[in-house]
Design a protein around this ligand. Sequence first.
Ligand SMILES: [Zn+2]
Length: 130
Amino acid sequence: MPPKKYSKTKLAAFRKSIEKRLEAVVNDLDDIKHAIDKDTSGNASMSQDSVYSVHMADAGTDSYEREKGYHFMNRETDYYKYLMKALERIDDGTFGICTICEELIPEERMLEVPNATKCVQCKENEKLNI
Ligand SMILES: [Zn+2]
């Protein structure tokens, strides 16, 4: 039976991948903040090349752009918190362990959803209300 815990080496790899994502989120947030600042100061809002500014032909006003910026910022902030929680789980040793059946959650899933606290099976069961 495999140990129901990820090895230190694995955890270090997870941490690295999470930290990388965190960095990307922080960069995105910076971009968005700049974009919003620019908008607020009355400059054109179509010039940034930040991720969120997908060019839309009918994208109207600055306020629309700003709205979109705030929306994206909220989402990124949530994601940031989410990743921080995953790091906390690595620290307290609960990372990758299903809170319901206490089995190890597969590595692929943890890389995809670092904040997962349930294995796919338990999550499915929960959905079905078993
Ligand atoms: Zn489970």
